[in-house]
Ligand binder design. Structure first.
Ligand code: M6R
Length: 613
């Protein structure tokens, strides 16, 4: 959740750290800080100014020494300890020589703190992370070089970490390590870098390497060497990075979110590009499962969080319909702890934009431990989820910066439906001509999304009428239901207004009691089979005074009579509709949020990648 960066050997240490932190801010922005070291001296600055923390840090750093060649920086999403400067990283040991930054959670921090306090260590924050600084201090006191001190310290901690440690008495070294939380290393002549995410060091490093769990890396101006926790040498795998910095910029849009909404036709197009072989089989990005194994799958479990979970819920309908397999969708954070049943033939699909969401990774690990085969749907190449899975389908949506996920959702649905068709093909549950017809339909989605995007002004016009509303219900049936859930999530995240997503048929079992004048009901009415039923649900809420906004197909002539506002979308095969119907809902949430003066790219209390449980 937090962003970390480090550099050693640079003549532009401060600039590198501040630039990197700016790019990492989307991971967490409760506070920010840096520490620089040089020949026995540590210089530190920390600020807690919410979304302005990095800007405030820049001001704090105006008096920073310019000639220090090593430094670390951190942007924080608070877990243990309030978002105040005293809890901001880097944390120092008692001597002030050891400085650490940490992303993750040290689960046994209370007992370690008690032991260390008993030995005379003085803590200055209430964070879990600070224990590492004092553990390293103790081990340095016993004469261990920094690499070994960090290694031994980490043997004592439980939990998740991407960590970087400096010691002013060994100033040309940074030691970094990882367990669960993401960490990459970069190099350029005479300089080494580390970061939680590649964009932070993209324009500085020329080569990038992935650090795996329980690996410890010693970085110096001359390069790096890596060992495991026992001290045995390990080789880091070089990453193929083909982004440029421009992909992380806003490209002329007001914010990342509108840029990413606009990129959705391309996200779907790119995800589907060159996926089909002559024999009709689908090209995975990585495949360590045989066709026989995939054909013999007995049951599918999808695990994911947030928006990715909504994409997974769409996939349930597609896999059940097309491949005739029983499908369960689990909230990833629930899966691992409910003693899940994994029988022979269980295929688990982990869906995650970042591929670093800890709940999803822990769920797929648990499934693997119990014998399941795992397919990853990830937007980030070489993400932890992708690396650990038996097969990978990358969504090629490109870097998603806005905390609210948009283009990742449509790309995930496209990839999952492709996978559903592959399962149907292997199992012989759809005729080859039917698969061809569906694939053709899937490829036409991109154009329909573009048509929906062209109607953004209509959506903005409706949003302008709704700026005083406080309560929203989103209704849908069949795949319109996960679309409604996703529409409600977007509205919640972006506007901070109350919004619920419901299966329209469920409304009369309780929530109908909440419907009264002033409540806005957004109904996804595009499914031709369920059309009659959803119109009845709309009539039920209308009769109780709700204002109805309907997402309806261009050819729907009945909707104007029952809805107050209609957002039109092109008609398509129902299984593809979520990728098109979600567009006006994203635009509605976006326009309302802008109208209400919200920060659309960085909603309060949230972080782009959730790497803590
Ligand atoms: O990176 P992931 O897809 O695993 O992230 C899952 C959720 O944290 C994410 O979708 C979150 O709900 C977004 N803020 C939704 O807009």
């Amino acid at each position: 959740m937090c962003g970390i960066i480090g550099v050693v050997g640079s003549t532009e240490t401060l600039a590198t750290l501040l630039e990197g932190l700016q790019r990492l801010e989307y991971r967490g922005y409760d506070s920010a800080g840096i520490a620089l070291v040089h020949a026995g001296h540590t210089w530190r600055a920390r600020t807690a100014a919410g979304t302005e923390s990095v800007a405030a840090l820049r001001v704090e750093c105006e008096g920073a020494p310019q000639d220090y060649r090593s430094g670390i920086g951190h942007t924080r999403w608070a877990t243990h300890g309030a978002p105040e400067a005293v809890n901001a990283h880097p944390h120092l040991d008692c001597s002030g020589h050891v400085a650490i930054i940490h992303n993750g959670i040290i689960e046994n921090h209370s007992e370690l703190r008690e032991i260390l306090t008993g030995r005379g260590h003085v803590f200055t924050s209430v964070t879990d992370s600070e224990v590492v600084a004092h553990l390293v201090e103790e081990l340095r006191g016993r004469g261990l070089e920094l690499l070994d001190a960090v290694r031994h310290a980490l043997l004592e901690v439980r939990g998740a970490f991407a960590i970087a440690v400096m010691d002013a008495t060994e100033p040309d070294v940074i030691v970094a390590a990882r367990r669960i939380s993401p960490l990459v290393v970069g190099t350029a002549p005479g300089v080494s870098y580390l970061a939680s995410d590649v964009p932070a060091i993209l324009d500085r490093a020329t080569a990038f390497y992935a650090v795996n769990d329980d690996e410890v890396v010693r970085l110096g101006p001359e390069g790096f060497r890596a060992v495991d926790l026992e001290g045995a040498p390990v080789r880091l795998r070089q990453l193929q990075i083909d982004w440029d910095l421009e992909t992380a910029e806003k490209g002329g849009y007001d914010d990342f979110m509108s840029k990413e909404i606009a990129e959705q036709p391309h996200a779907v197009y790119a995800t589907l590009l060159d996926r089909r072989r002559r024999d009709g089989s689908i090209v995975f990005d990585e495949l360590r499962i045989s066709d026989e194994e995939l054909r013999d799958v007995k049951r599918v479990v999808l695990v994911a969080c947030g928006t990715s979970n909504h994409a997974a819920q769409v996939a349930k309908y597609a896999i059940e319909r097309w491949a005739r397999l029983s499908v369960e969708v689990d909230i990833a954070s629930e899966y691992r702890y409910r003693d899940p049943i994994v029988e022979i033939g269980t295929l688990v699909i982990g869906v995650s934009q970042s591929g670093e969401t800890i709940d999803t990774i822990q769920a797929t690990r648990e499934a693997q431990r119990r014998g399941a085969r795992v397919v990853a749907i990830s937007n980030i190449v070489d993400s932890s989820l992708a690396r650990e899975a038996d097969a990978v389908l990358y969504t090629r949506a490109g870097l998603e910066v806005s905390v609210a996920s948009t283009k990742a959702f449509v790309a995930q649905v496209a990839a999952l439906e492709l996978l559903a068709l592959r399962l149907a093909q292997l199992r012989g549950t759809l005729a080859p001509e039917e698969i061809d017809r569906l694939l053709e339909g899937l490829h036409s989605v991109s154009g329909h999304i573009a048509t929906s995007l062209g109607r953004r002004d209509d959506v903005a016009g409706v949003a302008a009428q709704l700026l005083d509303a406080h309560d929203y219900f989103f209704l849908g049936r069949h795949v319109g239901y996960p679309t409604a859930l996703e529409g409600a999530l977007k509205l919640k995240e972006l506007t901070y207004l109350h919004a619920e997503g419901y299966a329209a048929g469920e409304l009369k079992h309780g929530p109908l009691a909440l419907i009264e004048p002033g409540v806005i009901v957004v109904a996804v009415t595009t499914d031709p089979v369920m059309h009659e039923k959803i119109l009845s649900n709309v009539a039920e809420v209308k009769a109780r005074g709700a204002t109805v906004v309907a997402v309806a197909t261009d050819d729907d002539e009945r909707i104007d009579a029952v809805a107050d506002y209609v957002l039109r979308v092109p008609a398509t095969q129902s299984m593809f509709a979520p990728m098109i119907d979600i567009v006006p809902l994203q635009l509605l949430a976006y326009s309302l949020a802008r109208g209400l003066g919200r920060n659309v790219d960085r909603p309060r209390n949230l972080a782009k990648t959730v790497t803590v449980e």
